[in-house]
Design a protein around this ligand. Sequence first.
Ligand code: TEU
Ligand code: CA
Length: 544
Amino acid sequence: MLDKTKQDWWKSAVFYQIYPKSFQDTNGDGIGDIPGIIQRLDYLEQLGIDGIWLSPVYESPQEDNGYDISDYEAIYPPFGTMADMETLIREAEGRGISIIMDLVLNHTSDEHRWFQEALKSRDNPYHNFYVWRDGNPDVPPNDMRGVFGGSAWTYVPHLGQYYFHQFAVKQPDLNWDNPAVREALYKMIRFWADKGVGGFRLDVIDQIAKVPDEKITANGPRLHEFLRELSEKAFVRNGLVSVGEAWGANVERAKQFSAPDGSELSMVFQFEHICLDQKPGGEKWDTIPLRLPSLKQCFERWQTGLHNCGWNSLFLDNHDLPRIVSRWGNDNEYRVASAKMLAVMLHGMQGTPYIYQGEELGMTNIRLPIEKYVDLEIRNVYQERLARGIPEGEILQSIYARGRDNARTPMQWTNGENAGFTTGIPWLSVNPNYNEINAEEALQNPASTFYFYQKLIALRKQYPVFRDGSFNLLLPEDEKIFAYTRDTEQEHLLIICNFTAGSIPFDRPKEFESAELLLSNYEAESNELRPYEAQIFYRNEGQS
Ligand code: TEU
Ligand code: CA
């Protein structure tokens, strides 16, 4: 167990993301719930993780699966009660697992009491909690678009005003320029701190300081001022870890967000690597093949850029992204090998790794008929693209490749009915491959991806070089192999990953010729790299 009294314990930690709606249902309503998470804590303890990033469980109309909060201090009843939540925090704690709650501070649901008050009149005390502009029904303040499609402005006739929403119509943006908004949010954060949570993942935190009149969403002029205040008033004081989701972060900005003095956030989620297989300037649906050299150079820039002056999160999967084994691996013949290879590539680096539920089983993407998708983004994009004259087949292909429901299908626990997720009708289709891919099978198979992740997590705890070592990229232009070393004065790691389904000759650098093989996804050694082979070699200067 990690010593969590250490101020930066999270630098040695591995986190696991739970999307509660899809994790484990216990009462047959087809929706995962908090008692289901409690029931699976032993599984998570066995995996070896130190914390859970829990996607939103607050009261919500679920327009965007809880990223539209209508009461920050209540639990969405189908997920359970506040007492269940308290039990979860306590039970997790007893297993050395901290609960990191997902916090949406950029917007609320339109059903939140604050917005309901704001709607009443222009001089209601809550009106200024949101972002309003005068106007007439036909002319929105400008042509900004919401992330999920449509205008970013919605007109309220009885007020003669538009409100601003970067996301869905039902997700009005909070007005951070209003100090009363900020104080109300800090007060709410202290409510959760008092319940014993370990920290927060902050949804789209780089977008809170928006300036719609100048079409600024991310990185607004007051962003760092707001973050420093938030940190001081809510996080540092309560010893909480904070993880900021920041699509607009580059290395320079991330250094500031995650400065070691803790003045802003503990670490960032940044997405540069995740956008490399997207047409430059295009939308996420406009995909291009990933070029391995650009992936390597991107990671190199982040690894060297933040070394000793910031802290990154390491992730390939989350609830907004397609499954990585289907995306950059091979979800057929080499599913297991490539899932393990991608894990090695990521977990060998500096930062705090995040595993998204099911990633440890090598869960894959899904293809559904359009009417079976639930995600509002998929539904909107399908309609919008059809209207733009894009052929339906093409739209569906891009949804198969990038749709968020790929990651949201229920967790596959067993090969029984509905993968052991529910005894009822699951809210979103279960991936039909659960017969083959499920936790029960994985736990019985010593060669499973589950045990491979377990080993990776254990290695990070055993060898300080995983946390501290510098990063040195080898073969930057090679199109097939991703190899790098990690170095401290004492310890050295060599990470080698074959990104192809072919065999490739590879000679280890001289210094590693007699190094110890810590982990590999193949059994016997060979003098070439086999399909999706991955290896971690270790050498300690003090030993030889
Ligand atoms: O996502 C922020 C965001 O802008 C993207 O992840 C976006 O949802 C996706 O790229 C659309 O293509 C966060 C949450 O992770 C996401 O689930 C929420 O829907 C969103 O904020 C709004 O709260
Ligand atoms: Ca349930």
